[in-house]
Write a protein that binds this ligand. Structure first.
Ligand code: C5P
Length: 415
């Protein structure tokens, strides 16, 4: 582990896949932002990109096997010194060897000795990714705390397309930073939102039917609270507009509302002062047309009263459509279901365009996507067509990833 205040040590394990050439770009991003990177390519990786490239870009000799400099016991030293191990591309073979604890080369030895966070960015053909053996290995690694990114979808090595592409180097870099910041939140992450004002909504709205009943939804508000808490911890001035009764996050101004119309009023009132608006609330699309002023009674003939609904205003579309402040970044949330990940992302992309926001955080609900109470798996879509998976993690981890994306779209502060 590196001392507090020194540049983080990253072991970059490169697997034997054609996507190794993209990892040269990841290496550049890491070294140019001050990380000390030790590249550990597998034998197969060197078939794709040679040792001189890794040595020149990292500025240090490359370690390739356990017998080189054996007096330094490199397989133990590298793992112990690392603040983060990143494996990219993580081939099906490497995932299998890591999941089974094999130690048949320097990289797998390093994975066994490392006690720091480990990030794996898979790349392989769709059939190999979807094979139950690979999926079981990924599940084993994730259960052990390894962050395994979902591969991106798109053109593969040949003419074929599908899930299996290496996530973009910028996205692997962002996930690496999030893991390093998670370990040293006060050093790296704190302060990068200082001077920014952000407005966050959270929870599900409650639309009254009468003085005692309402139409609501199951949103807990936890993800929105994590978004607000992380923004405050990174130095932002945060206003949280919420329907939830979760405890107030530290350093956040909390404004409580119930209905979509109340949320709209507060959001429109506060948006002009905000550099960023994040709409994480589950806003009811409809509300009862009339609210009875007395509790609705059962009738003698037991006929249930009809409930007539009217549309609620779309707050996100309104905020995004009338930017009250130049350069304001507007972020929406969407929980989508679909037959496949690509269908989910197609619906979500259409939603992003319809709402006019800059970023849409998509919860994928569907095949092979499970939700735990405190964990989340999201993909962030941007208005320029970019697709950024955020490593599966707690809602706070996801919030860190969302703020990293927002930061990349915020204009630099003057001065
Ligand atoms: O259309 P859908 O409800 O899936 O959109 C979700 C996104 O839009 C969320 O960011 C939510 O906060 C926002 N929304 C809104 N006003 C509505 C409905 C949704 O701001 N009436």
């Amino acid at each position: 582990m590196s001392e507090a205040g020194t540049s983080p040590h990253v072991v970059l394990g490169v697997g034997g896949g054609i996507a190794a050439y993209k990892v040269a770009q990841l290496l550049r991003l890491l070294t140019e932002s001050g990380h000390q990177v030790q590249v550990v390519p597998t034998r197969a990786a060197l078939q794709f990109v040679g040792e001189p490239t890794w040595a020149a870009l990292s500025g240090r000799p490359v370690h390739t096997d356990v017998w080189q400099d054996a007096h330094e016991v490199p397989h133990v030293r590298l793992g112990r010194e690392a603040d983060l191990v990143v494996v990219a591309p993580a081939t099906a073979d490497l995932l299998a060897r890591a999941a089974h604890g094999l130690a048949d080369d320097l990289l797998t030895n390093t994975l066994l000795t490392a006690r720091c966070p480990v990030l794996m960015a898979p790349a392989m053909h769709t059939e190999m990714w979807e094979h139950p053996a690979t999926q079981a290995n990924v599940a084993t690694l994730r259960a052990r705390g390894v962050v395994v990114l979902d591969p991106a979808s798109g053109r593969l090595t040949g003419a074929d397309t599908g899930p299996g592409r290496l996530p973009e180097p910028e996205d692997i870099y962002a996930a690496s930073r999030a893991l390093l910041e998670q370990d040293a939140p006060d050093e790296a992450a704190a302060g990068d939102l200082a001077g920014r004002t952000v407005l966050v909504t959270a929870g599900g709205t409650r639309e009254p039917l009468d003085p005692v009943r309402f139409l609501g939804n199951r949103s807990s508000g936890k993800q929105g609270y994590a978004i607000a808490a992380v923004a405050a911890s990174r130095g932002a001035q945060v206003v949280l507009v919420t329907t939830s009764s979760l405890p107030d996050p530290d350093g956040v101004q909390v404004l409580r509302v119930e209905t979509a119309e109340q949320m709209r009023q507060v959001v429109l009132d506060r948006a002009p002062a905000a550099d960023v608006v994040v709409m994480a609330a589950a806003v009811a699309d409809f509300r009862p047309a009339d609210v009875a002023d007395h509790k609705i009674k059962k009738t003698d003939d037991d006929t249930p009263p009809p409930i007539v609904l009217v549309r609620n205003p779309d707050i996100l579309a309104e905020v995004a459509g009338h930017r009250a402040r130049p350069g304001q970044v507007v972020v929406g949330f969407a929980a989508e279901t679909g037959d496949s990940t690509s269908a989910v992302l197609d619906y979500a992309r259409a939603k992003l365009a319809r709402k006019g926001c800059d970023l849409l955080v998509v919860n994928e609900v569907g095949v092979d996507k499970t939700f735990g109470a405190d964990h989340n798996t999201v993909v962030v879509l941007d208005r320029d067509g970019g697709e950024h998976p955020i490593a599966r993690g707690t809602k706070a981890d996801v919030a860190q990833g969302v703020w990293n994306m927002v930061l990349s779209r915020l204009a630099p502060r003057a001065g």
